[in-house]
Write a protein that binds this ligand. Sequence first.
Ligand SMILES: *[C@@H]1O[C@H](CO)[C@@H](O)[C@H](O)[C@H]1NC(C)=O
Ligand SMILES: *[C@@H]1O[C@H](CO)[C@@H](O)[C@H](O)[C@H]1NC(C)=O
Length: 459
Amino acid sequence: MICCEMLNRKKCYEFLNMRKKQLLLLKLGIVAWLLVVYVLFTYQPSTPHLTQDGDKAQSLTHQVDKLESELRKQSDFYNSLVERLRSLQKQQEEQKSREEAEDLGLQDLIPEPPIQVLPVLLIACNRESAVRRSLDLLLKYRPNQEQFPIIVSQDCGHKPTRDAIMSYGDKVQLIQQPDLSDIDVPVKEKKFKGYFLIARHYRWALNQIFQKFSYEAVIIVEDDLDVAPDFYEYFSATYQILRADPTLWCVSAWNDNGKPNLVDIKNGSSILYRTDFFPGLGWMMTKELWDELGPKWPRSYWDDWVRAPEQRNNRACIRPEVSRTRTFGKKGVSNGLFYEKYLKQIHLNEVFVPFTKLNLTYLIKDHYDPVFDREVQNSQVVSLSEVKSDRLSQGNSYKIVYHTKDIFKRTTKALGLMDDFKAGVPRTGYHGVVSFFYGGRRIYLAPSNNWQGYNPSWS
Ligand SMILES: *[C@@H]1O[C@H](CO)[C@@H](O)[C@H](O)[C@H]1NC(C)=O
Ligand SMILES: *[C@@H]1O[C@H](CO)[C@@H](O)[C@H](O)[C@H]1NC(C)=O
């Protein structure tokens, strides 16, 4: 009791409790000892030849020894038992605290990755089987409906096409362009009426996406496109880059020079580029870009309008080495010859590239331009005939230099590249350079060193 006045009260009671327990144990020990002694003394060994006193004493000593060793063994056993129980308890406690730490860690350090909803807008009109073919592949590769809602916008009021779209039930959402009135087309452009209808449809559908449904971005496809297995993966990953770099204004799934003999099919599926040329044909834009372009959207030829310097404003798109879309539409408004010669031959990527797991920041202008420019600069200058001859060593990159539009045209025609310009920009061009793969070698068709920028009069 004295101690309780001197020490912390709680500690004192703990101390007293402990003493009580010790006393209790001591008492139990004494009782047990007495019992043992009693048993030993009253026990009559039945061994017949131990009859003399000396023998008796010896036998007793023997018995006590035996008992002692038994008790030791038991004590050892119980001690080790207690030891094991203690260590088990300790392990359990450690495990529990580790789990708690992990729970906390997950919440603090690994926030839920932001799921960017990227709707796919499919522009459709009256091609029933084409819509089915497009939708079948879009649905086949779609990883999940919440992240990639598919919205089919139908113009033209064609009932069989509408029925085809509706047969997909709630896997896709159908919206219908309501203005089916005839459209005013200048007499001279009568045969291009289709382009006017398409521009009107695009404006209406994109207003729905951004103004009515309030999406942040959209992936636009038409009803004549096959998509690659990693179509969604590609746009998911590049969306982050599109957002991060204001000098980018679109991501396209299309390589205009994506014919099998002009791309690195074997090893190039993960390669992406910047391009000053707007490729379209499966492409992504942000709401901000629509806010900018929507109000001045043209009445026709929207894609060439987009490529004009006033709209492009020096911005670039991302495009892949190997196309993630392929067009099968010959009956559309594009001309048939162009389709046969180029579009039909574009190779559709077959390898799934996990783009969202790759570091794509190399596509941001500040990283990309110095590397790209140096690479082109350092490539060995060769002639067209050398490239065609297959004599150049593999593994290196080469450069064919053009100074004039005619040299550019002659070279592209000889190699099967697209030879046209839009607003002075060659297809796939970046800083005037067209990159392609020929006979296992990386080739740059590059302007001379004193290049002053695109010449809009080149067409
Ligand atoms: C494949 O491409 C990677 C980079 O994209 C390159 O490092 C590697 O050497 C290439 N392999 C072959 C066989 O060309
Ligand atoms: C991603 O690549 C860039 C170069 O483009 C590099 O600076 C950066 O450190 C890389 N990030 C990671 C996480 O590897």
